[in-house]
Ligand binder design. Structure first.
Ligand code: OFO
Length: 170
């Protein structure tokens, strides 16, 4: 049986993961609209991964005989102006998700819920990976992004990203 405080924070985290998916989808739409199909692909793949993150939490709550409590998903922001501005926004967003994952880890420790503490480690590693990926793109854009030909090459590189279902690994 899942501790009620832990159950609540895990349900809140589901909401954050699906909000993330919404946010990335909004970005994907923006990039498609300005002709950057590779950027659009990258953010769309990220949206799919975020839905996996939400589903893994959903399945975990059920596995622990907890209750699912889904809240409305906020509409994503949509004031996007350039690849640089969007990727800066992504980095800030992911940092805030990292800190909410850390709150889950801290609470599960405080509540002596070892199973959740162990489970959430996967998300901690995932956040390290995500922030690193975003930083790589951000650095490329900062370095070369103002030159159209280079932006075109970055776009081609981001078009290569493929969605692979994210499975929770012990
Ligand atoms: Fe789910 O990792 Fe990004 O937000």
């Amino acid at each position: 049986m899942l501790n009620l405080k832990v159950e609540e924070i895990l349900n809140a985290q589901i909401n954050k993961e699906f909000y993330s998916a919404y946010l990335y989808l909004a970005m994907s739409g923006y990039f498609d609209g300005i002709g950057l199909k590779g950027f659009s692909n990258w953010t769309k793949v990220q949206a799919q991964e975020e839905m996996d993150h939400g589903m893994i939490l959903f399945n975990y709550i059920l596995e622990r005989d907890g209750n699912i409590d889904l809240k409305p998903i906020e509409a994503p922001v949509k004031d996007f102006h350039s690849p640089l501005q969007v990727f800066e926004m992504i980095l800030e967003h992911e940092k805030s998700v990292t800190s909410s994952i850390e709150s889950v880890a801290n609470l599960s420790e405080d509540e002596c819920d070892r199973a959740t503490r162990h489970f959430i480690d996967w998300y901690i590693s995932e956040q390290v990976e995500e922030e690193a990926q975003v930083l790589d793109v951000l650095k490329m854009i900062k370095m070369f992004g103002n030159e159209c030909t280079i932006l075109y090459h970055i776009d081609k590189e981001l078009a290569e990203r493929k969605y692979k279902a994210h499975d929770y690994e012990e």
